[in-house]
Design a protein around this ligand. Structure first.
Ligand code: UDP
Ligand code: MG
Length: 323
């Protein structure tokens, strides 16, 4: 192979991951060495840890490791901005100097071993490689069923998602450049990527248990993530409200005549019940519309998504050029 070997950046967003980080560093470093030996990547490839405003020793560990490990580098965000934005920060940073980027969670739930497969696909000319979970045994019954319901609903709404794909994927430099053109604040990366439309493929793997530490996605965050995904990609929920309104209006006319009839004969009073039903429907409708208005509000302000406080990546690249 006489062509220049690609420079890979593995992006690892971290939020309070001190418990699992040493093992993550060990496994990823081992992998990088293997990939280099097999001539799948160039030796200037990097593991880019994105510290998403951790309050434990996460950043200290990254910074210290970067001194003694040629692969390890990192950026520190000024505060916690959430997984998706931290991931974007990593992508945009990597884009400055890489041929392809792979994102993976810090907790080693995703199979580090299949990254080799990702790289082989990249060499075959794929621009996007999706890591897809074969099974979800390790997730709780609740998480599994709600996630499944979510994918189904998104599909019904016409939003193209790769089933059972989370944020474990490879993006080529070209795909990264395209991604950078999406300005939205409300990030739902796995919905945006299929929109890019490059040549893509899937690699299947078994998702494991979190190696150490606790999940950073409690139920509250999961719900908000799902709602974001839904409302950032489809206006159908709003249309659904209109349709529901029309249906309910017809039903009320029918019910109205029925009630008048009922009232006259049996003396029943449907007023209280209908107040509750209509009142709650109106609340749902208002909430849905509000959800979109809130989104417009946030997008219009167009505030920066994150601030990089410390950037070891650029530094390590400059040093590399000096050498
Ligand atoms: N994460 C982050 N910022 C956050 C929450 C999570 O960077 O505000 C990172 C976290 O460190 C991990 C990844 O996102 O590397 C996925 O989080 P987690 O494993 O807790 O989610 P789960 O796998 O339970 O859905
Ligand atoms: Mg996890």
């Amino acid at each position: 192979m006489d062509k220049r070997l690609p420079m890979l950046t593995i992006i690892v967003p971290c939020f309070n991951e001190e418990e699992v980080l040493p093992e993550t560093i060990k496994q990823l470093t081992g992998l990088m060495n293997e990939l280099c030996e097999e001539k799948l990547i160039g030796k200037h490839s990097r593991i880019l840890f994105v510290d998403d405003g951790s309050t434990d020793r996460t950043w200290m560990m990254i910074a210290m490791e970067s001194v003694r490990n040629q692969f390890v580098t990192g950026i520190k965000l000024a505060r916690n901005v959430g997984h998706q934005k931290a991931l974007l920060a990593g992508y945009l940073k990597a884009r400055e100097k890489c041929d392809c980027a792979i994102s993976i969670d810090a907790d080693l739930q995703d199979d580090v071993g299949v990254i080799k497969e990702f790289m082989k696909n990249y060499h075959e000319g794929y621009e996007i490689v999706y890591g897809v979970r074969k099974r979800r045994d390790t997730d709780s019954f609740f998480k599994r069923t709600t996630a499944q319901g979510f994918y189904r609903m998104m599909k019904k709404l016409g939003i193209d998602l790769v089933y059972n794909h989370a944020d474990f994927r490879l993006l080529s430099k070209r795909a990264l450049d395209e991604l950078a053109r999406y300005p939205e604040n409300n990030l739902f990366l796995r919905g945006i990527l299929p929109l890019l439309g490059f040549r893509s493929t899937k690699v299947f793997y078994d998702r494991k248990e979190r190696l150490a530490g606790k999940t950073k996605y409690p139920l509250r965050k999961m719900i908000s993530f799902a709602l974001d995904g839904l409302t950032s990609f489809s206006v159908r929920p709003i249309r659904f409200i209109t349709i529901l309104g029309i249906i309910l209006f017809s039903v009320s006319i029918l019910l109205g005549s029925f009630t008048i009839f009922n009232h006259a004969i049996f003396g029943l009073n449907g007023t209280v019940l209908s107040l509750w039903v209509l009142g709650s429907l109106q609340l749902i409708a208002l909430g849905t519309v509000g959800e979109y208005i809130g989104k417009i509000f946030i997008e219009v302000k167009n505030r920066p998504k994150y601030a990089v406080e410390i950037d070891l990546f650029t530094k390590s690249m400059v040093e590399r050029l000096d050498r």
